[in-house]
Ligand binder design. Structure first.
Ligand SMILES: Cc1ncc(COP(=O)(O)O)c(C=O)c1O
Length: 373
């Protein structure tokens, strides 16, 4: 082994010793309480049919886009899809990125400048943290959902100020106090960026998101909607003004320097939105969430209160969280443990995702199994 390989092995060994080695697995379990496919779109045969039909109508459906959006990778269908999605979410404009990760890197690395300030909730997703790290702006964290701490950070902020939150937090499933955050942003003239990855499809009319449910569309600077979760496909869109869209096309490096997604992905995204806007999937998932919450309240387990499709059971220590997941998996429930350092020490957990295809009986069986913890 050369020195670099030795270094890699040593780092892996450290993880093995701590029981924290990440490994890909092809094992799956019959009852899905793990994926982000909240509305079942990733597995929907109706959506598959719609995608196949609409793909056939596009004569010019190439296998690949052949280049970045600024070179050969753009087309009318993608632009129409962007506007269709922007209209659905009541935004002026939208720009599609290849993933939510790319979108978050793109917006935060390109907009806040040296002398500006980014203030983030301490629990924001890694993609937002990485985007902020790429910026030359000053960065501060505020305590999770803590308005007093946010205000103290806002008081000291310099330059143009960007507050970054998730409407639904990906590991806790709880929601941000968006109305109060908007109020503070107005007082301190800060620009609010909301990642709606886990709120899309769940909150708001037809799943337009939490910003829309609270009628805050005109109070946020930008929203990030990802397509890999409730939308069931892959990719993301940043919603905001035409100026924001034009700026990102010019300055967001994760948009500029990457090959555009192939047209069939745009067709899939477009079809998923057609399905979403013509259905009542958000009501179906809300029923499952209500059932789970009603059942879980009857047993006394440490949880984070959540009205979203993401639910948690808290443990203390990686070992106990991992064992709990193994026990559930042995009964066929696909539930994963989230360990530290991904979450704070002492807040290790089972992350349970609810889906419209989880039958009521499956949810009851899961909660019955949880009673043994
Ligand atoms: C809150 C949040 N934002 C962004 C992302 C990244 O989205 P994508 O999976 O499309 O890269 C995720 C995905 O894990 C997420 O949970």
């Amino acid at each position: 082994m050369n020195r670099a390989e030795n270094f890699l092995q040593q780092k892996l060994n450290e993880r093995i010793e701590k029981g924290l080695l990440r490994e890909l697995t092809t094992t799956s379990f019959p009852f899905d309480f793990c994926s982000n496919d909240y509305l079942g779109f990733a597995r929907s045969s109706i959506l598959k049919k719609l995608i196949n039909e609409q793909s056939k109508q596009l004569i010019d459906l190439k296998n690949g886009s052949g280049g970045s959006r600024l070179l050969s990778g753009n087309n009318k269908f993608t632009e129409e899809t962007e506007q269709f999605i922007a209209n659905f979410h009541d935004a002026q404009s939208g720009l599609i990125f290849n993933s939510g990760y790319d979108a978050n890197i793109g917006i935060l690395s390109s907009i806040p400048q040296r002398g500006d300030t980014i203030i983030t909730d301490e629990l924001i997703h890694a993609s937002l943290i990485d985007g902020a790290r790429l910026s030359h702006a000053d960065r501060f964290k505020f305590k999770h959902n803590d308005l007093i701490d946010l205000e103290s950070k806002l008081k000291n902020a310099k330059g143009l100020v960007y507050v970054v939150v998730e409407s639904v937090y990906s590991m806790d499933g709880d929601i941000a106090p968006l109305k109060d955050i908007v109020k503070l942003c107005k007082i301190y003239q800060a620009n609010l960026i909301v990642d709606e990855a886990h709120a899309t499809g769940i909150f708001g009319d037809q799943g337009r998101g939490l910003t829309s449910q609270l009628n805050l569309e005109n109070d946020v600077f930008a929203r990030i909607i990802t397509f890999g979760k409730a939308i069931g496909i892959h990719g993301a869109i940043i919603l905001g003004s035409h100026t924001l869209r034009n700026y990102l096309i010019n300055f967001a490096r994760s948009f500029i320097y990457t090959t555009a997604a192939p047209l069939h992905q745009m067709v899939a995204i477009n079809c998923a939105y057609q399905l979403l806007s013509n259905g009542s999937f958000h009501l179906q998932i809300q029923e499952k969430i209500a059932l789970y919450n009603q059942l879980i309240e009857e047993i006394n387990l440490p949880t984070v209160k959540s009205e979203s499709a993401i639910q948690t059971i808290l443990f203390s220590g990686n070992e106990s969280a991992r064992n709990a997941a193994l026990q559930l998996q042995s009964k066929g429930f696909d539930v994963k443990a989230i360990l530290s350092p991904t979450v704070a020490e002492g807040k290790e957990r089972l992350r349970i995702c609810l889906h419209i295809y989880n039958t009521d009986q499956e949810i009851e069986n899961l909660v019955n199994e949880l009673k043994s913890f």
